[in-house]
Design a protein. Structure first.
Length: 449
C-alpha cells in the first residue's frame, strides 16, 4: 500500500461554550491547527504527495501549540467532558503523526482515542468538516506504524497499532466508511497481520485462531500468504492433516504459485512421503496428459527433487534434472506461450548449471581435472544460455502486459524474478553490459510499474 499524505482541510474545530478561559484554549487550538493545516496543504502541493520531500518545520510549531492547548482543555474540569475539546486533541494528534521526527511517539494511538471520546460525548462530531479524513488518516498512520513495528519485531506496538487502525476503519460500527471499498481491504489486512504477528511471536495457537477467522473473508482468501502462514502454524503445532489441507486449498486457488509448490514438497519431505507426492502427480498426468498445468506441476516436482539441499546435490540429482527438463518441454509443447512454464524451464537449466559448477569446484589441479574443468565450463555455459533463452521468451510475453497494466501480481513476480536472474546469469558469464542493462531494467520495473 502506498503511503500518501492525506489532506485534512483547515477550519475543523468549533469553539466550546464553557468558561471563557477554557473556551480560549479551544480557540487557541483551533487557530494553531488551522495554521498547520494551511502549511500541510502547501507541503502536499510542493512535495507531490511524497512525505519525505518537504520540510515539516512549518507545520510542527503550530501543531505543538494546538497540542498544548487541547491537552490543557481536556484536562480541565470545566471542559473535560466537552466533545469539541476532545475533537481538537484528536485531529491535532493525528496530524502530528505525519511529522517524521515524531514517528516514535505514535501519536495516532492517542489521536483515535480522543476522537472516540469526542464521538461518545457527542455523535454529531462526525458532521464536522474533515472529521472523516482525520479518522481515516489515523487508520493509515497506525497501519503503516504496525508494519514498521512488525519489521522491528516489536509485537506489543504491532498489536497496539493494529487495534488503533481497526478502531479507525471500524469507527461508528463501520458506518463511517461503509461505502469505501478500500477500507474492507485494510480491515482484512489488519486481521492477517495480527495473525502473522502472533506467528512471528511463536504463539502458534493464537495465530491459528486469528488466521482461521481471517480466511473466512473473501478479501483475505484472494491472497496466498495467509494460507501459507496458517499452514506453517499448523506444522508448528504438529497438525499435519490441517497443514496439508490448508496447502492444498491454497493450491486450488493459486495453481501457479511457486511458494505453495515448495510448501507442498517440503511438507511431503518432512513427513517422509516424497514417493507419495510423486505418485500423486504422475497419476494426474497419466489420466490427463493434455492438461498442461498438471504436466508443469510434475516437472516442477522433479526439478525440486533435484535441487541442491544444504550445499549438496543428491547422488541421483542428474536423473531428476533429466526428468524435469523432459516433462517441462512437454508442458511447453501444450502451451508454448505460457510465461510461467518458460520461467520454470529456465530454473531447470539454472539448476543444471549449478550442478555442473558444484562438480567443477570439486576438481583438483591435476592435468586430467584441468581438462575436465575446461569441458565443464562449456557445458555449464550451454545450460545458462538455454536458461537465458527461456527467460527471454518469458520476458517477451510478460513485458507488454506489464507496460499496458494488464499483468497480474503473480505474473509480475515471475517477471521481476526472471529479470533479476538474467542479470545474475550475465554477471556469471562476464557479460557486464548485459548484467548492468538488466539491473537497470529491474529497477525501472520496480519503480515505475
Amino acid at each position: 500500500m502506498n503511503k500518501k499524505l492525506l489532506i485534512v482541510v483547515g477550519g475543523l474545530l468549533l469553539a466550546a461554550t464553557t468558561t471563557f478561559a477554557q473556551k480560549s484554549k479551544i480557540k487557541e487550538a483551533n487557530k494553531a491547527f488551522d495554521q498547520a493545516s494551511e502549511q500541510i496543504i502547501v507541503a502536499n502541493a510542493n512535495s507531490n504527495g511524497n512525505p519525505e520531500a518537504y520540510n515539516a518545520d512549518a507545520i510542527t510549531v503550530p501543531l505543538l501549540k494546538a497540542k498544548a492547548a487541547a491537552d490543557e482543555a481536556v484536562a480541565n474540569a470545566e471542559t473535560a467532558n466537552n466533545a469539541d475539546a476532545w475533537f481538537a486533541k484528536g485531529v491535532t494528534y493525528v496530524e502530528l503523526s505525519r511529522v517524521p521526527k515524531f514517528a516514535d511517539k505514535k501519536y495516532y494511538n492517542e489521536g483515535i482515542e480522543a476522537l472516540k471520546k469526542a464521538f461518545s460525548i457527542n455523535p454529531k462530531i462526525l458532521s464536522k468538516e474533515g472529521a472523516e479524513n482525520s479518522i481515516f488518516n489515523a487508520g493509515i498512520f497506525a497501519f503503516n506504524g504496525a508494519l514498521g513495528s512488525l519489521n522491528d519485531d516489536n509485537y506489543d506496538e504491532l498489536f497496539k497499532s493494529l487495534t488503533t487502525a481497526r478502531d479507525a476503519f471500524s469507527f461508528n460500527d463501520r458506518k463511517l466508511f461503509k461505502d469505501r471499498k478500500e477500507v474492507d481491504t485494510l480491515l482484512a489486512d489488519i486481521n492477517y497481520y495480527e495473525g502473522f504477528g502472533y506467528y512471528s511471536k511463536k504463539d502458534y495457537p493464537k495465530a491459528i485462531s486469528i488466521l482461521e477467522e481471517a480466511l473466512k473473508n473473501p478479501v483475505t482468501q484472494a491472497k496466498a500468504d495467509p494460507y501459507r502462514i496458517l499452514a506453517f502454524s499448523y506444522g508448528e503445532v504438529k497438525n499435519p492433516e490441517k497443514q496439508i489441507a490448508t496447502i492444498e486449498a491454497a493450491k486450488k486457488k493459486f495453481p501457479n504459485n511457486k511458494d505453495l509448490e515448495a510448501d507442498e514438497l517440503n511438507y511431503f519431505i518432512s513427513q517422509g512421503k516424497e514417493t507419495e507426492l510423486i505418485s500423486k502427480f504422475e497419476s494426474a498426468v497419466a489420466k490427463a496428459p493434455g492438461n498442461a498445468l498438471y504436466v508443469n506441476n510434475l516437472a516442477v516436482l522433479y526439478r525440486n527433487m533435484g535441487m541442491e539441499k544444504n550445499g549438496k546435490f543428491a547422488d541421483d540429482a542428474a536423473e531428476w534434472h533429466k526428468k524435469a527438463e523432459e516433462t517441462m518441454k512437454k508442458a511447453l509443447e501444450l502451451e508454448p506461450n505460457n510465461a510461467v512454464f518458460n520461467f520454470n524451464l529456465s530454473t531447470i537449466y539454472v539448476i543444471k548449471g549449478d550442478y555442473v559448477a558444484n562438480k567443477m569446484n570439486a576438481l583438483t589441479n591435476s592435468k586430467a581435472d584441468n581438462q575436465k574443468y575446461d569441458e565443464m565450463v562449456k557445458i555449464r555455459k550451454g545450460y545458462l544460455d538455454q536458461a537465458v533463452a527461456a527467460l527471454n521468451k518469458m520476458e517477451t510475453i510478460l513485458e507488454p502486459k506489464l507496460k499496458n497494466k494488464s499483468i497480474n501480481p503473480e505474473e509480475k513476480g515471475y517477471l521481476l524474478e526472471g529479470v533479476q536472474t538474467l542479470s545474475r546469469i550475465y554477471a556469471q558469464v562476464n557479460e557486464v553490459e548485459k548484467a548492468r542493462e538488466y539491473r537497470a531494467k529491474l529497477k525501472d520495473y520496480e519503480d515505475n510499474y
